[in-house]
Design a protein around this ligand. Structure first.
Ligand code: NAP
Length: 314
């Protein structure tokens, strides 16, 4: 990797091997360690042309505006909802992300949450650990076989979830901005209609203002007291207060949640609910996938430094 003299702004810690390799090749400025972040940005403003961040941190307009020579924002993660894309576009700043390499792991976790909800796996685990089995059987659960699964956002991850669901003999439907060519799953142009049809609704669309509260109270009510909601997309895509309220009231059957509004804060009402499985945003959090994501970040920065086409522009 070539050494670039101008500073690379790193907004938050990365997967450690990726950060180590970045720091070996570039003069990296760790913004989160600065006593005064504004003063740090001003100190590098004259020659900082690259910023590296991750999906949970992003980069806001105010930070972008303090860096008049910025040319590239390289994101560790596929979701770019925390990056002010309008601010980047208006300045001609390129943005890269890490698509594809995380798709299968995220889809695996979606199925794990789905199965946990339908087959009540965490409840069974607690039942055994707490010694309740000796006093009698746990009772029956729902089955995933021949159930209807509705996917919100049939992109890379949504399609990978659908492929896995097909192996469980489910019927598949989806909602998105447009019908997908060559896909024979049932298309719904209305999310409430999809939720009313589905036994299980899985959110796999991007976050950001366009999808805020897309999984609305009405959609969750349509899913109903036997329905299961799985979210591996973003907390912002669901009406979280309505989700919590309906789960507490028993008007939504179960949920498997990897993502939340205002992470790492999780509504405490969820902790008491038997029918909810919670994950701390672990969709892509495996060693091989994080290494592959890091490789893409490094490739993009190296391509920019060498004047080559970026590997994965947004
Ligand atoms: P992708 O290939 O771009 O797929 C996104 C899909 O969402 C596309 O099919 C798109 O439809 C659809 N979509 C766009 N706007 C929509 C809307 N308003 N309503 C419904 N669907 C909409 O992206 P991906 O790689 O599958 O990633 C999807 C998202 O997963 C990311 O943006 C990120 O938020 C989330 N994610 C979460 C984790 C985790 O750890 N939990 C990890 C990685 C990613 P068109 O194709 O018709 O445009």
């Amino acid at each position: 990797m070539s050494t670039v003299g101008s500073p690379v702004l790193l907004l938050a810690p990365l997967y450690p091997p990726t950060q180590a390799e970045l720091e070996a090749g570039y003069r990296v400025v760790r913004l989160w360690e600065a006593a005064d972040a504004g003063a740090q940005l001003d100190a590098i403003a004259a020659d900082c042309r690259v910023a590296v961040t991750h999906s949970g941190r992003g980069i806001d307009r105010a930070t972008i505006e303090r860096l008049p020579r910025l040319e590239l924002v390289a994101n560790f993660g596929v979701g770019v909802d925390a990056i002010d894309l309008d601010a980047c576009r208006s300045r001609g700043i390129a943005v890269t992300n890490t698509p594809d390499v995380l798709t299968e792991d995220v889809a695996d976790l979606a199925l794990a949450l789905l199965l946990a909800a339908v087959r009540r796996i965490p409840q069974g685990d607690r039942f055994v650990r707490e010694g309740r089995w000796a006093k009698g059987p746990m009772g029956l659960t729902q089955s995933l076989q021949r159930r209807k699964v509705g996917i919100v956002g049939l992109g890379r991850i949504g399609a990978a979830i659908a492929r896995r669901c097909a192996a469980f003999n489910t019927e598949l439907g989806y909602f998105g901005p447009r019908r997908k060519a060559g896909v024979d799953y049932r298309y719904f142009d209305d999310i409430v209609a999809l939720a009313g049809w589905a036994d299980v609704l899985v959110a796999a669309c991007p976050g950001g203002p366009d999808t805020a509260k897309l999984v609305s109270r009405a959609a969750l009510e349509a899913l109903g007291a036997e329905g299961v909601f799985v979210n591996i997309a973003r907390g912002s895509v669901v009406d979280q207060p309505a989700l919590v309220e309906l789960l507490v009231a028993g008007r939504l059957g179960a949920a498997g949640l990897d993502v939340f509004d205002d992470e790492p804060n999780v509504p405490p009402e969820l902790f008491a609910l038997e029918n909810v499985t919670l994950q701390p945003h672990q969709g892509s959090a495996t060693h091989p996938t994080r290494a592959a994501m890091g490789r893409l970040v490094l490739d993009n920065v190296a391509a920019w430094a060498a004047g080559r086409p970026l590997a994965t522009p947004v």
